[in-house]
Design a protein around this ligand. Structure first.
Ligand SMILES: [Zn+2]
Length: 558
């Protein structure tokens, strides 16, 4: 009896302590939500959403200064600074034994976020707006962060000012044009027009070129942290060494299926670009947003109701890559859900299938953000899963039935699939490139890229060109390309399973958004990606679906 009483008293004391800690964690989490929203508001304002040519500013005060949700940048900054201080102190004072089991993960996530965030947001540093000068990339003694920033700025200053035949092209327009110009010598000239960008990123491929210095620095830094390869592997639910095996298997499938004689690098996108050529006149610039909105509406996701903010026109000084983020995170306020407001930033000079595919992908992130229904600590998405999910819808732009419905005409199926997997396989090639560069930072990137592209993509060796250096992620966040290359594996798996459980969704399916929200999206960081996918697929992730689809691009025997 006495022992029982004692045990009961112990449990009661423990329960009381946990109840108290739950209150403490809840208070901390409210501060976290306030801080996180100030952070998002500052990023949104710094992105230049109110610049001439950008989307309508959601909230302009009477004096005409840009603000967001009733506050200008200085006011948001003030909130950020105060909340950061409170949050850091409260998280620090929380004792490990005081945290109830149900709160451990939330506390861990918040601690990680705070540790990786600046204490103040006085400068635009940290947002995706370029904050440095490209010319600084050639300074040999630059520390890692400054070197990243300088190379990132090169993609704005040079990458979005590709001079070709008297015109200035954005990077996306120039790459798209490479798939459309019929004359091989003009293609070669356009390819060569990337030279200023390649040189800014990788000099003349000398051992202390900006990119090679940066990889050496990230190699050193990452030895203490987890490598991006290990992170992608963890999210895919496979051991790190499996990543390279998977990528090589996919590239080998492409090599065998795409049976062709070897080609010049400026011809690769053209060979895979027939669908883009056939359909580009059906996709003018101004149709990109309405077409995407129409498709998502047919999937049960009304982007107007969700309230997505768009900033789709190119302008100097803007983030040189397409991305999605949120202007405000959703949360429970006075017993009601205040919705998340996603935003999309891109640089669309022209229309075309490539641009449309990219916008549908970005809006895939937007609907992902809007579908999160969880506590403030978990209101975020993880990189591999969100990149993979964003392609669940965007791959349908290469489906003839989709094209017929939304564009009024379609490219033949074989042609469309070839176009789609040309983009996918390049991402896979870049992923393998990054794995090999991160493993051996002293390797010569032009040689590494030449080996991959000649071995698997039938591309003639041109180690004199740093023609791999056309993706912002390579300099902004080394290793990020794995989220696309490995992401394709998850995309193919998720698409197959959605089809099995829900039926076709190429041309819309009103139940699609509710279904994916319920089975894939709502948890945010509350659940690990491998667990969510194992439950959804009924098995671990496997590259078989993607490999099977790539095999189908092989020319049919007559
Ligand atoms: Zn994305």
């Amino acid at each position: 009896m006495a022992r029982w009483l004692l045990a009961f008293a112990g449990i009661a004391a423990l329960a009381a302590a946990f109840a108290q800690s739950r209150d403490a964690v809840r208070r901390i989490e409210n501060t976290f939500a306030d801080w996180n929203n100030a952070n998002s508001a500052i990023d949104t304002i710094d992105s230049g959403l109110d610049s001439p040519g950008a989307a309508t500013a959601p909230n302009r005060d009477r004096k005409g200064a840009f603000g967001l949700f009733g506050k200008d940048r200085a006011q948001w900054e003030q909130i950020y600074n105060v909340k950061y201080k409170d949050l850091a102190a409260a998280l620090k004072s929380l004792q490990p034994g005081d945290v109830a089991p149900g709160d451990v993960r939330a506390v861990k996530v918040m601690r990680k976020r705070v540790a990786s965030s600046p204490a103040t947001r006085a400068s635009t540093q940290g947002s995706l707006k370029p904050a440095a000068a490209c010319r600084d990339a050639s300074r040999k003694n630059l520390p890692a962060a400054a070197l990243h920033d300088a190379m990132y700025a090169c993609f704005d200053e040079l990458g979005n000012q590709i001079e070709f035949e008297g015109a200035n092209l954005t990077r996306l327009s120039a790459l798209d044009l490479l798939s459309r110009i019929d004359d091989p010598s003009r293609r070669k000239a356009l390819f060569a027009a990337f030279t200023p960008l390649w040189q800014a990123v990788n000099g003349n491929d000398e051992p202390d070129s900006p990119y090679r210095r940066m990889i050496a620095l990230s190699g050193g830094k990452k030895s203490k942290e987890r490598s991006p390869v290990a992170e992608a592997a963890e999210e895919a639910g496979a051991p790190p060494e499996q990543m390279e095996t998977w990528l090589v298997a996919i590239l080998s499938a492409w090599r065998d299926a795409s049976r062709t004689e070897s080609m010049e690098p400026w011809d690769f996108r053209y060979r895979g670009g027939e669908a883009d050529r056939l359909l580009s006149s059906a996709i003018p610039r101004e149709s990109l947003q309405p077409l995407s909105e129409h498709y998502y509406r047919d999937l049960g996701a009304d982007l107007k109701t969700i309230g997505v903010l768009y900033d789709l026109d190119p302008r100097p000084g803007k983030a040189p890559l397409a991305y999605s983020d949120v202007a405000r995170w959703g949360r429970m306020m006075d017993g009601a859900w205040q919705p998340t407001i996603p935003r999309v930033s891109a640089n669309y000079q022209h229309g075309g299938l490539g641009a449309l595919n990219e916008l549908v992908h970005e809006l895939g992130h937007a609907v992902h953000y809007a579908a999160l229904r969880t506590r403030p600590a978990f209101m975020d998405v993880s990189a591999l899963f969100t990149e993979a999910f964003a392609d669940v819808t965007s791959w349908n732009t290469y489906d003839p039935a989709w094209q017929k419905k939304y564009l009024g005409r379609a490219a033949p199926e074989a042609t469309s699939q070839r176009s789609l997997y040309t983009g996918v396989i390049l991402d896979v090639a870049w992923s393998l490139f990054e794995i090999r560069m991160l493993r051996d930072p002293r390797a010569d990137p032009n040689q590494v890229w030449t080996a991959i592209t000649s071995q698997y993509l039938h591309i003639k060796p041109h180690p004199e060109y740093s023609w791999w250096a056309v993706r912002v992620q390579l300099v902004e966040s080394p290793g990020y390309m794995l989220n696309y290359g490995i992401g394709g594996i998850l995309t193919a798996d998720m698409r197959g399973r959605i089809q099995e459980k829900l039926g076709p969704f190429e041309t819309g399916n009103p139940k699609w958004y509710a279904f994916v929200s319920e089975h894939l999206l709502r948890w945010g960081l509350d659940r690990d990606t491998p667990g969510v996918l194992r439950e959804f697929l009924g098995r671990p992730v496997s590259p078989d679906a993607l490999i099977g689809q790539i095999r189908r691009i092989a020319p049919k025997p007559n």
